[in-house]
Each structure stands twice: as C-alpha cells, then as structure tokens.
Design a protein around this ligand. Structure first.
Ligand code: HPA
Ligand code: ZN
Length: 355
C-alpha cells in the first residue's frame, strides 16, 4: 500500500526541536575521541557504547557520555555537531537544548564556561546553517533533591544569559516527583525563566508516574510546557484538563526502552487526536539511534497520518517554542513558505495553513 505521505516529505518538512538533551545528542565517535584525548576510560567501545538494560542504566550512560565534555570548546563542538546532523537528517530550523550543569562540575567546568561554550556553538551553527537555538538549564531529579534544585536555579540566575531562557526537570520521575521542586520552580519563574518538566513518562507505569503529575506540573510548578505526557492517557479527566489548558507537549517518537518503541506512536496518536498541542521531538537521538527525520517517518508509518498532520506538527513546533514573538513570527513565515514549496513539489493538495 502506498504511504499516505512520502518519507522524503517528512524528512524535509521544517522542524523546531523542543525536547533534546545535549548529552544525548553526542555522536558515539565524538565521545570516544574526546575520551581518548582526555584519557577517560569508557565502559565499552563506541560501537556498543549506547546500550543499557533499563532506564536507570540509560541515565548512567548519558552521564558518562556527558563526562567527556571538559572544555568550552567541547560544548561548542557538541552543539555544532548536533545541529549539523539534524539539518541534514530532518531540516532543523530551531532547537532548544537541555543541559544539566551539575553533570560537568566534577570535571572542573563551571556554569558560565558551559554556557559560553554552548553559546559559541549556537553562534557558529546560526552562521553556517541559519539555525537558531536556545538553552534550558535542567535539573536531574535522580541526583537532586528540592534544596539542590534551588541551588541549580540560583546559579542560573546568578549568571543570566539571553539564550538560557528556562529550566527543565529530567531523570527518574519516580525518584523525584514534581512537587519536590516547587521552590526551585517558583524561584526560576520569579527570575523570569520559563518552566518545563518531564512528566508522565511511559518507562514507568501510570501508578508510578501518574496522570496527576500533570496537574502538579501545571498548578504547583506552573509549567509553560510539558515534556512527554504519555501516562496522562490513563485519566480522561486529566486529558480533558490538558486539552482545555492548551499547553504544548513535547513527546518523542523513539524511546530509550525497546519494549516501549511499538507503543510510542500510538500514544502520541492518542494525545494528538485528543486535541493536545503536540510537537514531535528526538529526546536523546544519538543514544537512541534515531534522528529528527527518522522520528517523523517511523511515527507516520505506524499511525498512517497524511501530510495534514505533518504540517500541523511542523507549525506546532514553532508555536510551542520559547522564541520571542518577533523571532517566532519570522520562523513561522519561513516554515509556511517551505511547506508551501514542499506541497507543490510533492503534489499534495494545497490547504489553507492554520493562522
Ligand atoms: N527522561 C528522563 N531523563 C532524561 C531523559 C528523558 O527523556 N532524557 C535524558 N534524561
Ligand atoms: Zn527528555
């Protein structure tokens, strides 16, 4: 049976990526090269580095990979290489990177040096690829209790940078339920930072990462956006609240755990068809063996959506971004033009794009 939309259209439709951990984007070859340069022992060779038995095992490898970034230039390289890969693989136009500052402190690289390195990578990528980027300072809940999270936010606020626009919360959701971080989030908001949090992830059951975590993220953390969200599907009430709230969600088409991979597209389908504002993201692309284009092609192959949904996800990624209004308007215009050109090239019926 012919596909409802060509893979090439899905790969080439413009995208903004709103859920992407810098450490999870590191090419295994880059990790191996830097490890050699710094004399760091890795647990396995590059070809098999990105393998793990369970979610906490994945987090462990993620932190080991992050540990090879030792100088600002390494951060610059990481940012630049990911954008280079994502432009090629999925027509990336804008990216918002999560970075966990405390992953790097043990190796002597302080917060301002991390930010300076990443900002330089964003500058070079803007110059070479025309891609814009923002940074989100992230709290790993597996490593930080509420008081430690406050310290992370204090550091971010003590060293403000116009490209560091918000905070996030990742790590194991069952270890750090969202309410623990109320004080850190209140401080961030007071300091003018936007807020997002990983919530209702499906490596946990709906009892371990319950739909009510969404309500806590909304009402206590006062999040502007939500990462993932799948376990919300277990509660009609929470789903109907989320639809009314209109927050943007950043689910990811491919996942860390093999047994979740067949289910993910159907969960994203149900979220989108329930009327949530959904964007499609890669999370930790190099580590999961996916990329921006692959996420779209596998999702659409599994669900059977046509070009209308591809256009919607493409434009949603602009609307859900944390760009200022004038940059967002410019990006929206770029997306609309590129989508119109693609529709013409592929002979897809031209539809009035949502305003
Ligand atoms: N969930 C939790 N922690 C993470 C993730 C994620 O998707 N990616 C990197 N750290
Ligand atoms: Zn994530």
């Amino acid at each position: 049976m012919a596909k409802a939309v060509a893979d090439d259209y899905l790969r080439r439709i413009p995208k903004a990526e709103l859920h992407c951990h810098l450490a999870g984007t590191l090419r295994a070859t880059t990790v191996a090269e830097l490890a050699k340069q710094y004399g760091i022992a890795l647990p396995r060779p590059a070809e098999t580095l990105y393998q793990w038995p369970n979610f906490d095992g994945f987090l462990e490898i993620l932190r080991i990979a992050a540990g090879v970034l030792r100088t600002p230039a390494d951060f610059t390289r990481a940012v630049y290489e990911y954008i280079e890969d994502a432009v090629r693989d999925g027509n990336l136009k804008h990216v918002e990177f999560f970075f966990n500052p405390d992953y790097f402190y043990p190796n002597g690289i302080d917060y301002p040096s991390q930010v300076a390195g990443m900002v330089e990578g964003l500058r070079q990528a803007k110059e070479h690829f025309g891609v814009s980027g923002l940074l989100i300072c992230c709290i790993d809940r597996s490593l930080n209790n509420g008081a430690q999270a406050v310290e992370i936010v204090e550091t971010a606020l003590a060293h403000p940078h116009e490209l560091v626009v918000g905070i996030g919360l990742d790590g194991n959701e069952s270890v750090g339920p969202p309410a623990l971080y109320a004080e850190a989030y209140a401080l961030a908001r007071k300091g003018g930072l936007k807020c997002t949090a990983h919530c209702c992830e499906d490596y946990l059951t709906p009892l371990q990462a319950p739909p009510t975590n969404y309500l806590i993220c909304r009402d206590v953390l006062r999040c502007d956006r939500i990462d993932h969200g799948y376990n919300m599907l277990a509660s009609d009430f929470v789903m109907s609240e989320a639809r009314k709230d209109g927050l943007y969600f950043t689910p990811c088409a491919w996942t860390s755990l093999l047994h979740n991979r067949p289910h993910r597209p159907q969960r994203i389908r149900r979220m989108a068809e329930a009327g949530l504002n959904v964007t499609i993201n890669t999370d930790d692309p190099a580590m999961f063996g996916t990329n921006l284009g692959h996420g779209f092609t596998t999702l659409f192959e599994s669900v059977g959506w046509g070009p209308d949904m591809a256009r919607r996800f493409s434009l949603n990624s602009v609307e859900g971004s944390w760009l200022d209004e004038s940059s967002k308007a410019a990006l929206r215009m770029t997306f609309r033009k590129e989508i119109a050109a693609l529709d013409k090239e592929f002979g897809y019926e031209a539809v009035a794009l949502p305003v």
